[in-house]
Design a protein around this ligand. Structure first.
Ligand code: GLC
Length: 428
């Protein structure tokens, strides 16, 4: 068994740390302008103008089953969909606002279709729910609001009541956690200096969540610690630990293919397949998960750049998922042996070590400190034996490496056709 003990979480995170890889989906009205999900804020678009997107939201090509199939084929085990983003638009049929999908040309509850389809594929189902709301009549204007530069903020804010807004959120969360069966994750977003757990009334909100679905995983962005910590758009370099107790945390980094979360037509900073695969491996090698985002088009499909990226995951995961599912950071005694060119993961039962070769060497992978531990080694993708020697290696003509603790893996000269090859080591 892995010797790493995680800080206790109120919800059920056992499946989560096994599954490791999920799909984030940012979908809403911002898919129409197609220039970032914060477009209303960035361009300070007033409601009247933003309403055009509401009027024209018509995802005629949306097929939840296809999304679910693509997620599964990519090796993802769970998903988190935006039920409401900061723009305030609801992708589900709610009784508490008219600003919802059923009143657009879409005319149906898209959250329901998502839930049904993903569940049918055996994937766990999560909801993202924005704490910010740039449409709700009680949400006060702050520095992150589209109307932050309005000359008459005081007047615009007159009569607003954030308590009423907090109650609105609870009402909607009750709908989301009552009308769609078992939900595995609720992902609230986010707190900032002007508005945090007091404004959101996070205690009450979480109490409600737990009373409806006690097992559910809740993120920490309400301002109250719950189950998961969510580093965003950067690569953690160590297993996240609790700032006070130092305990290992349950964490999930969220990342984008191209920089924005919502569909962004003209964005060109798409990550390479290699970067994408390495991100997943690196997270697991540090005891974390990866939630990788897709921003579907307003017509409801994943565009070909997103499909290509998902396919890269699929190709790699098909043959290498054993080094991801049920794996975590390598045991402390193995960590000092990780070569710079590699990342380790280890199976929960401790029996298998996975060496991910980030920088493929010529013929020999030499790892100091592994001698005596290896029973058998093979490439993970094709189960072909990797021969190895221990203690020393005699290279032709005076290239002798002498290190009693060293294992030298004998690799083919030509790198196998796998973005990141993995050596599966059966430990003694
Ligand atoms: C941010 C952004 C947001 C995105 C989220 C995902 O906080 O506000 O647009 O949904 O991160 O983690």
């Amino acid at each position: 068994m892995s010797s790493y003990v995680r800080r206790k979480t109120p919800g059920d995170t056992e499946w989560f740390v096994h599954d490791r890889f999920g799909m984030f989906i940012h979908w809403g009205l911002y898919a129409l302008p197609a220039r970032h999900e914060w477009v209303k804020n960035r361009e300070m678009i007033p409601d009247e103008k933003y309403d055009l997107y509401f009027k024209h939201f018509d995802p005629d090509m949306f097929d939840a089953k296809e999304w679910a199939r693509r997620a599964k084929e990519a090796g993802m085990k769970y998903a988190v969909l935006t039920t409401k983003h900061h723009e305030g638009f609801c992708m589900f049929d709610t009784a508490y606002t008219d600003y919802k999908v059923t009143n657009t040309p879409a005319g149906r509850d898209l959250v329901r279709e998502y839930v049904d389809a993903f569940r049918a594929e055996g994937l766990k189902v999560g909801f993202y729910y924005s704490l910010l709301d740039w449409h709700h009549p009680d949400f006060t204007i702050d520095s992150r609001h589209p109307l932050r530069n309005a000359p008459n903020i005081e007047e615009l804010d007159r009569g607003k009541d954030m308590h009423r807004y907090a109650e609105y959120m609870r009402n909607q969360v009750r709908e989301l956690l009552t009308n769609y069966g078992k939900i595995d994750i609720i992902w609230f977003d986010f707190s900032y200096p002007e508005k945090g757990k007091d404004a959101w009334e996070s205690e009450k909100l979480i109490e409600l969540v737990r009373s409806l679905q006690p097992h559910i995983i809740v993120d920490n962005r309400t301002g109250i610690e719950q189950d998961i910590w969510t580093p965003e758009q950067y690569q953690p370099t160590h297993w996240l630990t609790h700032p006070e107790t130092g305990e290992y945390l349950t964490w999930e980094a969220c990342q984008t293919f191209s920089g924005s979360w919502g569909y962004y037509r003209d964005e060109t900073s798409w990550k390479s397949p290699e970067q994408l695969i390495k991100m997943l491996i690196t997270n697991v090698s540090l005891g974390g998960n990866l939630l990788m985002n897709v921003g579907p088009t307003s017509r409801g499909y994943f565009d070909d750049r997103a499909v290509a990226a998902l396919n890269e995951y699929g190709k790699w995961m098909k043959y290498n998922n054993r080094s991801i599912y049920g794996c975590t950071m390598a045991e402390p005694d193995l960590l000092p042996t990780v070569p710079k060119s590699c990342r380790y993961t280890q199976s929960e039962d401790g029996k298998r070590l996975y060496i991910h070769i980030f920088d493929y060497p010529f013929r020999f992978l030499e790892i100091s400190g592994l001698a005596g531990k290896v029973e058998y080694a093979q490439f993970l993708h094709d189960g072909s034996e990797i021969k190895f020697t221990e203690g020393k290696v005699d290279h032709f003509s005076q290239g002798r490496t002498e290190d009693e603790t060293m294992v030298v893996f004998d690799l083919p000269v030509v790198k196998p056709n796998v973005i990141v090859p993995v050596i599966e080591v059966f430990l003694k």
